[in-house]
Design a protein around this ligand. Sequence first.
Ligand SMILES: [Zn+2]
Length: 254
Amino acid sequence: MRLIDAHAHLDEPALRSFIPNLPIIDELSVISNSVDLDSSVRNLELAKECRSLIPFVGIHPEIFAKYPNLSIAREKLDEMVSKLARYAESAIGIGEIGLDPKYGQMELQEYLLKEILRLAETLRIPITLHSRETTSKLLDELSSYSLHCKILFHWFAGSESELGKLHGKGYYSSFGPSILFSKRIIELVKHSEPGLILTETDCPTIFRSLNESPSTPLLVSSVAFKLGMILHMPMNDVCELISTNAREYLATQD
Ligand SMILES: [Zn+2]
């Protein structure tokens, strides 16, 4: 039985005390996503110490909220992408990238995303997307690239029809702790293509409906049990399904 947390942020300070446990918990693999260049370096370093940590490098759209008033010029973004390209050579995938109106400066967000997708076109490694309120826009955007890589819409919370479209294209969707309490997300799981589902925690996100503390990858076991309840599958079969899906998602493309 193997559990997969397909979207976490293990380099975050809140998870520092958890990291030494990861090699002990033999049955858990974690895809650790990065939010900026420093975070990308941290995840690559952590992966050297811990073989069950799968490092992704990326630049999260939240950087546009950290640097407001257009203080990130396009040249600065170009510089960041060329550094990211270097880090990506040692990474397993690219994430977390995407679009989110919450962080503003949409024009620059789209510029950065396009540049990173262009990089992904050549690297052919898997991508993880942040798609809050932007699933349809991202689906449009992706159609203009010849991406020979697997794509995951993490913490998918779009509409049922968007879910149908992304699964129709063979893109993956991951579901996290919100399946433990959100009827809407449970309905989305029911309408998912089982071969394109992954489990995640997005730790150290705090899920106030569950706990006041930062989450850890351990929460993915509850996500997997709940997935089994929704799909009427025993836990062993859920683990088998998610492990197979994760292997296919992470496979390097020819
Ligand atoms: Zn995340």
